[in-house]
Design a protein around this ligand. Structure first.
Ligand SMILES: Cc1cc2nc3c(=O)[nH]c(=O)nc-3n(C[C@H](O)[C@H](O)[C@H](O)COP(=O)(O)OP(=O)(O)OC[C@H]3O[C@@H](n4cnc5c(N)ncnc54)[C@H](O)[C@@H]3O)c2cc1C
Length: 479
């Protein structure tokens, strides 16, 4: 049992307050008793010692008090929790890895359906597939897959749940080679709002399967994913820290675009953190923290990375032959940053765009501020535009601009900076990647799912969740 009990103790000032002011009313007590009668998994209520830990999500500043957190053990538990929430007319939050920047995986006064105890994986190497329960994190599944010499592509952070990242699309280090995470998805097991357990694939409930691949948590609780696994006997990657100038930023983007599909990159243009391997004179100065991943032989990887190394004398070069799971370094579970961020797509980073990026980063004094650039293309762009609910396959570069702040007073100035930076970069391209959208209102959901795609999702929503039971998400209301 790990739901509520793993992770680190509270202690950071951005984590939720203690539960002293959460009182158990008679109706809450009755509900918790009823849930305990109905499910096999553990039900955590405000009186339990690990309640605060269990309701803590990754991003800071999210301090919500659910009536109960149910660590579901199986699909039947999932159906029971959905039914209980509906009968009691309580808001239902669905949690896998807890990384939603909008805080969608925890609710004030509702029930959290926490999947983290459903964390088994069953590999069929002859068929080249794995069935993975939705409570696994990307890092956990990647580590298990590597033991079999295979991989599924997720994102850049091991603690992100496979639940959320898969349902939104999934952009990571294997993207240009094998596409989005959803491009390796073969089937999903889903518990719908009325408690049915459905299997969605190209042949079974194909409309649901289409919607699950990018449409987020709108259509039901996914309890398991079947992925195609990709042989990955060797991998070459790691961090390349380069001085940031307009020339190196534009050069990095050009090299990423020209690279073979085996190479996927992330360029974080940001002040250099005081990491032990970074010379002190670089601490706080703008650098490109480049993350590069080559899905193949080290010799070929070295050739693919050579143009990046040639951009400038690296400040640090940690790129080497490694096991793919090493791309997910250990994380500090007690870290819950307060951040303002905006996600957007752009179509090029030439010298003038890179100069704009450098100017905005130089003009802010936020201790942590970043322009994150991911050159996409490759296999992501080769899938037909309407094959899945993910809408932006032809967008060449995904950008996130973000700034961290200290307390509520610090937010407005960082917010204004992020919005100004965004406007300077995006022009009239308002497209958004749903997995990076925060609590930003309905218009941003339409930016993730433009026009006809939104309408198609709304029709599928009306079929599988007509009452909008699953609404604590980037919501597509039923048509
Ligand atoms: C530090 C960090 C790094 C990230 N890096 C990347 C990256 O490299 N690439 C990328 O593509 N994304 C990335 N993301 C975004 C990430 O994919 C989304 O935040 C995603 O929704 C997180 O999934 P989760 O399961 O951890 O989150 P949760 O907060 O548990 O879930 C988010 C939402 O997804 C839905 N959901 C989750 N699981 C299920 C389920 N089993 N059934 C139904 N609905 C479900 C629910 O609506 C839920 O509210 C990153 C986020 C963070 C915070």
């Amino acid at each position: 049992m790990r739901c509520g009990l793993n992770g680190s103790p509270l202690g950071c000032n951005q984590t939720p307050t203690e539960n002293a002011d959460v009182s158990l009313t008679p109706s809450t007590t009755t509900l918790i008793t009823e849930l305990r009668d109905r499910v096999r998994g553990r039900v955590i209520g405000p009186d339990d010692a690990d309640y605060d830990q269990a309701r803590t999500v990754t991003m800071g500043g999210i301090d919500r008090h659910p009536v109960a957190i149910v660590c579901v053990a199986d699909t039947d538990d999932v159906a029971q929790v959905i039914a209980t929430a509906r009968e009691a007319e309580l808001e239902l939050a669905v949690r896998s890895g807890g990384h939603s920047s909008a805080g969608h995986s925890v609710t004030e006064g509702g029930i959290v359906l926490d999947l983290r105890d459903m964390n088994a994986a069953d590999f069929d190497l002859d068929a080249g597939t794995v069935w993975a329960q939705a409570g696994l994190s990307a890092g956990e599944l990647t580590t298990q897959a590597a033991e079999h010499g295979v991989a599924v592509g997720f994102g850049d952070t091991g603690s992100v749940g496979i639940g959320g990242i898969t349902l939104g699309g999934g952009i990571g280090y294997l993207g240009r080679k094998y596409g989005l995470t959803i491009d390796s998805l073969l089937a999903a097991e889903v518990v719908t709002a009325d408690g049915q357990v459905l299997r969605a694939s190209q042949d079974e409930h194909p409309d649901l399967f289409w919607a699950l691949r990018g449409g987020g948590g709108n259509f039901g609780v996914v309890t398991g994913f079947q992925y195609r696994v990709h042989p990955l006997p060797s991998f070459y990657g790691g961090m390349l820290l380069l001085p940031a100038t307009a020339e190196t930023v534009a050069g990095f983007a050009a090299a990423a675009d020209a690279a073979p599909d085996e190479l996927s990159t992330i360029a974080n243009v940001m002040p250099t953190p005081p990491m032990p391997f970074v010379p002190e004179e670089w601490h706080g100065k703008l650098a490109i923290m480049g993350m590069v991943g080559y899905a193949g032989e080290p010799d070929a990887g070295e050739r693919a990375v050579a143009p990046f190394r040639a951009l400038a004398e690296p400040i640090a070069d940690m790129v080497r032959a490694m096991g793919y799971p090493e791309m997910y370094p250990p994380e500090d579970d007690s870290y819950h940053p307060l951040a303002v961020a905006h996600t957007l797509f752009i179509d090029h980073v030439d010298l003038p765009v890179a100069e704009t990026i450098m100017q905005w980063l130089n003009d802010s004094d936020a201790a942590m501020r970043v322009a994150q650039l991911r050159v996409l293309g490759g296999a992501i762009a080769r899938v037909a535009a309407d094959a899945t609910a993910y809408a932006h396959r032809s967008q060449p570069i995904l950008v996130n601009v973000a700034a961290f702040y200290e307390g509520p007073d610090g937010k407005p100035i960082r917010q204004a900076w992020v919005e100004g930076f965004r406007d300077a970069l995006r022009g009239d391209n308002h497209a958004a990647y749903v997995n990076f959208v925060g609590d930003e209102g309905d218009a941003r959901v339409h930016d993730a799912y433009p026009a006809a795609r939104f309408e198609r999702l709304a029709r599928i929503k009306a079929k599988y969740d007509p009452q909008n039971v699953f609404r604590l998400n980037q919501n597509v209301a039923p048509a």
